[in-house]
Design a protein around this ligand. Structure first.
Ligand SMILES: NC(=O)c1ccc[n+]([C@@H]2O[C@H](COP(=O)([O-])OP(=O)(O)OC[C@H]3O[C@@H](n4cnc5c(N)ncnc54)[C@H](O)[C@@H]3O)[C@@H](O)[C@H]2O)c1
Ligand SMILES: [Zn+2]
Length: 358
């Protein structure tokens, strides 16, 4: 298997390298200063894959949402100062989406902005978080409330690192994979269906091919709308429901991509019931794919799996809390067909009630 390179055609454009040797290509230009922000667990497991980074100034932090705090941001900025970085320097992040989000935000703020290079090590970060330039930390009032758009100057998705992911983290990444394939079009969805068994088994070739396909889809969407004013909002397919689920369950109880999987099931049924979806068999098809991948296809599955009540009332409160719609008027991305999202839709109360009570 070779390394695939996909260009994200933002201004300026940047490459995303994908494959089981992608990290071999990560040789940062040291002339202007480079430092490394890594997940401490990832550094333990995979530091030897990046010998060219071994002698760089290094800040190790634990992965997880605890990395996305004001305190960690301050620590990372102080670290950049101590490492003598300048505006012309580069910060390399090595870890999951939390490390990329923290490092991206730190790089965008330090001396009004320096370069960031991501080396994502979770499936979710490889197919989603590392591409597109969104950065964020969490505030007391909620997730991702403080952030910037700051495109990386390169991304290295080394699929070898996915071998050690806990099952829950792989499942979470697969939820975003199904979402992206649904936006990519019929061919992407059909190829994912073919590959589902291999993916679940962690087959390296299936993983590398899937990451490359999903990055290509996301790259295209992001390049068309780098700051999410319009079409990029399609990437929120399944997410209004997912955020309500995460809110109702208590953040951290349901892995994000698993909530997205259930949200996709709901979004597809909403698309059909509201008369938007051309092919009435699509919800059943996606439900089967989610199950093949070990993911829940809706609320009933999710309740059983996670042993959670997820009462309709709590879900409704979660929907009202979602920041994308106007106050208490949540907006949804639905599908007319595979690859044809429709943005900014509201659902009538009776349909919403019946979906949440399923
Ligand atoms: N910026 C974006 O566009 C964007 C998009 C989607 C999600 N996100 C953000 O990404 C975050 C979630 O990312 P994540 O799921 O990667 O979480 P994460 O960074 O917390 O990683 C999940 C867990 O896996 C561990 N880990 C990482 N790589 C590993 C490996 N190779 N082997 C074993 N363990 C490993 C981490 O230490 C952590 O415990 C959320 O905060 C979310 O808001 C951002
Ligand atoms: Zn998501």
């Amino acid at each position: 298997m070779t390394t695939t390179c996909i260009e994200v055609a933002t201004d300026p454009a940047y490459p995303v390298y994908i494959g089981p040797a992608a990290l071999d290509a990560l040789v940062p230009n040291r002339a202007q200063g480079v430092a490394l922000l890594a997940d401490e667990r990832v550094w333990d497991l995979y530091g030897d894959l990046v010998p060219t980074l071994a002698d760089l100034p290094r800040l190790l932090v634990p992965g997880g949402e605890g990395a996305k705090t004001i305190a960690r941001l301050e620590e990372a900025l102080d670290f950049c100062t101590q490492a003598d970085l300048s505006r012309a320097s580069t910060l390399v992040t090595f870890g999951g989406g939390t490390i990329g989000d923290l490092g991206g935000l730190c790089a965008s703020l330090f001396k009004r902005g320096m370069a960031v290079v991501h080396a994502p090590t979770t499936l979710l970060a490889q197919v989603d978080a590392s591409v597109g330039g969104k950065t964020a930390i969490n505030l007391r009032g909620g997730k991702n409330l403080a952030g910037t758009f700051h495109q990386p100057s390169a991304v290295y998705c080394d699929t070898r690192t996915l071998a050690s992911l806990p099952a829950e983290e792989s499942a979470s990444g697969l939820g975003e994979v199904v979402k992206t394939a649904l936006l990519g079009g019929e061919d992407s969805l059909a190829r994912l269906e073919e590959r589902a068994g291999d993916l679940l088994a962690g087959d390296p070739e299936a993983l590398a091919t899937t990451v490359a396909e999903m990055v290509a889809i996301k790259a295209q969407i992001v390049a068309s709308d780098p700051t999410e004013r319009g079409p990029r909002r399609a990437l929120n397919l399944g997410h209004t429901f997912a955020h309500a689920i995460e809110h109702a369950a208590g953040y951290g109880r349901v892995p994000h991509g698993v909530a997205v999987a259930a949200g996709l099931g709901l979004a597809l049924r909403a698309s059909r019931e509201s008369g938007l979806l051309g092919d009435p068999a699509l919800p059943g098809r996606v439900d089967a794919l989610l199950h093949l991948l070990g993911l829940p296809g809706g609320l009933r599955d999710l309740r059983e799996r996670q042993g959670l009540a997820l009462e309709p009332r709590a879900l409704r409160a979660g929907l009202a809390h979602d920041k994308k719609g106007a106050v208490a008027r949540p907006e949804f991305v639905l599908l007319r067909a595979v690859g044809e999202p429709q943005l900014g839709l509201t659902l009538d109360a009776a349909l919403l009630d019946s979906l949440l009570a399923e």
